[in-house]
Design a protein around this ligand. Structure first.
Ligand code: UTP
Length: 413
């Protein structure tokens, strides 16, 4: 029992003791349990990366252009060959889809898991989860299969997500072919490196980034479930893209044809300084470089045809062989820090709601998984056919822009 006091003192977190004294016996034990599970050494290391100057993150690393294939420049015959390779995989029940839905969606500010956000599309408004379910049901019908659908949630939103699906009768998707699994989490830290307490007197935690997916899939038995089902290829996509194409046989066929284990769909940047991560090679290996890391000169560099050399945006449309996922699950992906708004209880037990970023969240990024391979396939798609993100309340990448793209895609305006 005394252990937690020593721990808190050793790591300069004694302020938490005050909260331990504020709660009843049951809650106290609960809180102590949470404290004792924290890896304080790891947390100290994470705090060191907070506020790091991102422009220095690529110092000493060789950044190079990475080749890609433009889907719309493929010749008819090549397209047909690749489509056939991809369709055979899907038709033979070797294909599964994973949706990453463990994010907090702080920018959108919707109350509840992001997938439960209703988008006012035509002919009738639909939840983001509903749109994904409909898309997959359409593919099932087309290929005469049921594609296993795995949904990653977080500690924070798992219960709400699962009951939302139950309430909506899984949007008609066969229940036995949907599996939810939880991703990992990490404590949030204040700007001066202190643990925070949430309104329920728990250590304030947050999901630890979508890169958490690899280890979570292993630890939660998802990779073994896939293996048991004979799955060989897995698509992993975001919950917040209203026109996400989860079954592109050309992407699948091209990856197999290029003998790669990892692939991604890209769309060309709207302009050289669009705030998106782009594909490149870092020290000869496939990677995504964040816009905060990309020097202006590289951002603007073009080839002889005037195409941006670093213009392929990562749109969270990723494909892996099962073997590739098993391999990445064994690695420790790096963490990045994000400066975010965090509500917390002050030392008088009063809730403090911050209007400005006041804490650090630590996240692993899914694209850091690409770095463990010599090559990957990149297929350039088209924004209007592949990418309608819902990130912000209004303006760029908001429900308004996504509704327009959705309606145009389905020709419903
Ligand atoms: P974003 O990076 O856009 O984050 O997620 P977000 O949490 O949805 O939104 P903000 O930044 O708080 O406003 C891209 C995709 O990765 C998933 C999200 O659910 C979304 O599908 N994600 C993100 C996770 O599954 N887990 C995480 O820890 C973070």
């Amino acid at each position: 029992m005394k252990n937690y006091i020593e721990l808190l003192k050793k790591y300069n977190q004694e302020h938490i003791l005050k909260y331990v004294d504020m709660v009843d016996e049951k809650k106290k034990n609960d809180l102590i349990n949470q404290i004792e599970k924290i890896n304080f050494e790891e947390l100290n290391k994470l705090y060191e990366i907070s506020n790091r100057d991102n422009t220095k993150a690529i110092k000493g690393i060789i950044i190079e252009h990475i080749p890609f294939v433009d889907k719309y420049k493929l010749e008819k015959e090549r397209k047909e060959t690749l489509t056939k390779i991809g369709e055979d995989i899907i038709k033979n029940n070797k294909y599964a889809v994973v949706t990453m839905a463990g994010g907090q969606g702080t920018r959108l500010g919707h109350d509840g898991p992001k997938g439960t956000f209703k988008l006012d599309v035509l002919p009738k408004p639909k939840y983001l989860f509903e749109i994904l379910a409909e898309n997959l049901l359409r593919e099932n019908k087309k290929y005469g299969v049921v594609i296993p659908w795995y949904i990653m949630t977080s500690t924070e939103n798992n219960e709400k997500t699962v009951s939302f699906f139950e309430e909506h009768n899984y949007f008609g998707y066969p229940k036995e072919d949907i599996k939810f699994f939880k991703q990992g989490n990490l404590p949030l830290l204040s700007e001066d490196g202190k643990l925070l307490i949430d309104e329920n007197y728990n250590i304030k935690i947050a999901s630890d980034g979508n890169g958490s997916i690899y280890k979570s899939m292993k630890n939660e038995g998802i990779l073994s479930d896939m293996k048991k089902r004979g799955i060989e290829w897995i698509f992993i996509g975001a919950v917040d893209n209203a026109i996400l194409n989860m079954c592109d046989p050309i992407l699948l066929g091209l990856t197999i044809d290029e003998k790669n284990e990892v692939a991604s769909k890209s769309v060309v940047k709207a302009n050289p300084h669009e705030k998106v991560g782009v594909f490149c090679k870092k020290d000869s290996r496939p990677a995504v470089i964040e816009y905060t890391e990309l020097p202006d000169q590289l951002a603007e560099e073009t080839d002889e045809e005037g195409e941006l050399l670093y213009g392929e945006s990562h749109i969270m449309c990723n494909l892996y062989s099962l073997k590739a996922l098993e391999k990445i699950a064994e690695q420790n992906l790096p963490y990045h820090s994000a400066h975010k708004k965090a509500n917390y209880l002050d030392e008088n037990g009063k809730l403090v709601k911050s209007e400005v970023p006041n804490g650090y969240k630590y996240e692993a990024f899914i694209f850091d998984g690409f770095n463990y391979f010599d090559n990957m396939t990149i297929l350039r798609g088209r924004r209007e056919e592949d990418f309608a993100p819902i990130k912000n309340k209004e303006g760029v990448d908001s429900p308004e822009t996504a509704i327009k793209l959705y309606n145009e895609y389905w020709k419903l305006d």
